[in-house]
Design a protein around this ligand. Structure first.
Ligand code: RIB
Ligand code: CA
Length: 302
């Protein structure tokens, strides 16, 4: 089996960190690098968090490049209410010892994306800048973001798209092989207490992930009444090497950048009412048990 070459553009964040660990734990994946973007926390913190996770795994060989420290035009907004002041609250991860490479993430991506699956799990600022500033294109993009009929940061919009809707609009208009993994499926695949306790008992990394989930669960219990947490970004990463986990449909997706009420809404033409060309493969269903079992088994193996 030839591993799938992947670049991960992320804003760690609890679920980004778990997606990164899943990539490192999966022989189907060859992780070619990590780029970071402001989102869940400031760029400084998301970059440090990516380094912290790689150092936990002894994978300092995987380069990290820092990217955009703010959205293209919108004001920065961090989700400390979900991920805490560090962006990875609840963990005992040591402070980062290393540093990102000097190269900006957008140039780092441009030099490496040929033939690559780019998994984007944060606001799409770096990806939009790649498309605007460089000719090079990834073979495909799998992004965690948007929703057909859900919202989390507002009733109308998902955080990654809401945080930088102009960037998302640019990416959806990019004519690329694009898969959108939105809240409609991630909210259906919760890591619950029994899964968390299996992780806690599995070993050093499993214990760290369980501690991260102890913190991350709080938001989902208080806001949604969930008895567990959606690991949004890990669903997108898993799809990159296990496409069987998701049911998808080729649909048109447009991003609302003009409305205040519906800022960042992904308008998904499910019933093809607009006549607009399909521009994305949209996840409409998930094999929740298979995804969660894959995640627990892989993370538990570390
Ligand atoms: O809306 C969920 C997404 O926004 C996830 O990627 C989470 O990490 C945040 O970036
Ligand atoms: Ca994220």
């Amino acid at each position: 089996m030839t591993p799938i070459p992947i670049l991960l553009d992320c804003d760690p964040g609890h679920d980004d960190a778990i997606a990164l660990l899943l990539a490192l734990a999966s022989p189907e994946v060859e992780l070619r690098g990590v780029t970071t973007v402001a989102g869940n926390q400031t760029l400084e913190k998301t970059t440090a968090n990516a380094l912290r996770v790689l150092e936990l795994m002894g994978r300092e060989d995987v380069e990290v490049a820092a990217g955009a420290d703010r959205p293209l035009v919108r004001e920065p907004f961090v989700a400390a209410y979900v991920h805490g002041e560090t962006g990875l609250d609840g963990s005992d991860l040591r402070p980062a010892r290393g540093a990102p490479v000097a190269q900006h993430a957008v140039d780092f991506l441009a030099e490496r994306v040929a033939g690559i699956t780019l998994v984007a799990t944060g606001p799409l600022t770096n990806v939009a800048l790649l498309l605007a500033r460089h000719e090079e294109r990834p073979e495909r993009i799998v992004l965690m973001g948007g929703a057909i009929a859900e919202g989390n940061v507002t009733p109308a919009a998902e955080f990654n798209v809401w945080a930088d809707p102009e960037a998302a609009k640019r990416v959806f208009a990019g004519g690329l092989d694009l898969t959108m993994v939105g809240l409609d499926v991630t909210h259906k695949a919760l890591v619950r207490a029994e899964h968390k306790e299996r992780l806690r008992a599995a070993g050093r990394v499993g214990r760290t992930v369980a501690e991260l989930l102890d913190f991350y669960d709080r938001f989902h219990r208080e806001v949604y009444g969930f008895d567990g947490s959606p690991i949004h970004d890990a669903v997108a990463l898993a799809y990159a090497f296990r496409p069987d986990l998701l049911e998808t449909r080729e649909l048109n997706v447009e991003v609302d950048t003009t409305s205040d009420l519906c800022r960042g809404r992904t308008v998904v033409d499910v019933w093809r009412r607009t006549g607009r060309e399909a521009n994305a493969r949209v996840a409409v269903g998930i094999n929740s048990s298979a995804f969660v079992e894959l995640l627990v088994e892989r993370i538990g193996s570390l």
